[in-house]
Design a protein around this ligand. Structure first.
Ligand code: SAM
Length: 278
């Protein structure tokens, strides 16, 4: 007798058709308006689904390929999904491929509730570094920055202004799971500046015309907020004039500027150099 969670009647739905309404809904999460409406998003791969559950993210639906049925980890994740009140779907690999738009899809994907941290709940403390991104546009840049923020031990990220969606499939893929551990807030410029004014933190803007070499700033003196500009336009004057420091990463060669995610990584690891050990 099969005693595994996957064997219990009523807890796993077997779906073979792409025209099934639940499958259609999951596929529709490729569009931002549908992610916004349902406040959900999709993540791919067993490891990332386990990471998300371990970090307390709320799962709504688990989808696994029929071939993965006997995998003990998949069974365990299915049991956790059921315990969390979620739906478990067993599908042929071709359905998973259509959901994830990949020829060689992962054997598992999960639909989770979106989660933002309220900006008012972010309180920079000594030794902490936050990143603020002005109107970030590129999903790959945003995902890479979230992953780098995680690796460098940043405490959170603020999306300022009209930004790309942190819950798009492309961004989620680029975060490699770090979306589940880095708090993300969003704000307009006024809200961001008010938040910053009410906190004892050093606002370090980055700009190609910055007067200060980024390596000369004392990042240990106070919690730091690194403010990075939009990929095309850089930081607007309204933000530049409110920075405590305007830093530049010296360059040689013919490139006008660094890619936003690369510049953020350079800044982050310098700002946290005194805190990071091998
Ligand atoms: N054309 C834009 C400009 O004139 O600012 C270039 C923007 S750059 C691709 C995106 C962001 O990365 C910049 O706004 C800045 O925050 C950061 N950045 C890139 N290279 C930098 C550098 N050498 N020094 C300081 N910040 C840099």
């Amino acid at each position: 007798m099969n005693r595994t969670p996957l064997g219990r009647v009523g807890q796993v739905k077997q779906i073979t058709s792409l025209s099934n309404p639940v499958i259609k809904e999951i596929r529709a999460l490729g569009l931002k308006k549908n992610r916004d409406r349902s406040s959900s998003f999709m993540t791919e791969g067993l490891k990332l689904v386990i990471d998300a559950l371990d970090q307390g993210w709320q799962i709504r639906t688990l989808v696994y390929a029929k071939d993965a049925k006997s995998n003990a980890n998949v069974e365990n994740v299915a049991a956790r999904t059921v315990a969390a009140g979620g739906l478990v779907l067993e599908v042929p690999q071709k359905v998973l491929g259509a959901i994830t738009r990949r020829d060689n899809p992962q054997m598992v994907c999960g639909v989770f509730e979106q989660r933002y941290t309220a900006l008012k709940d972010m309180h920079p403390k000594p030794g902490e570094t936050y990143i603020a991104l002005d109107r970030v546009r590129d999903p790959g840049n945003l995902g890479t920055i979230i992953r780098t923020a995680d690796a460098a031990g940043a405490s959170g990220l603020v999306l300022v202004g009209d930004s790309t969606d942190p819950f798009s499939l492309e961004t989620i893929r680029a975060t490699m799971g770090s979306i589940f551990s880095v708090p993300v807030a969003r704000s307009d410029i006024d809200g961001f500046l008010k938040w910053r004014d009410a906190r004892d933190a050093l606002l370090v803007g980055t700009h190609l015309d910055g007067a200060i070499d980024y390596r000369t700033i004392d990042y240990a003196a106070a919690p730091t907020i690194l403010l990075m500009g939009n990929e095309q336009a850089g930081l607007p004057a309204g933000l530049v004039e409110r920075c405590d420091r305007l830093a530049r990463i010296p360059q040689s060669g013919r490139a006008d500027s660094l890619n936003l995610a690369v510049a953020t990584a350079v800044m982050l690891f310098e700002a946290r150099r005194h805190l990071l050990e091998v």
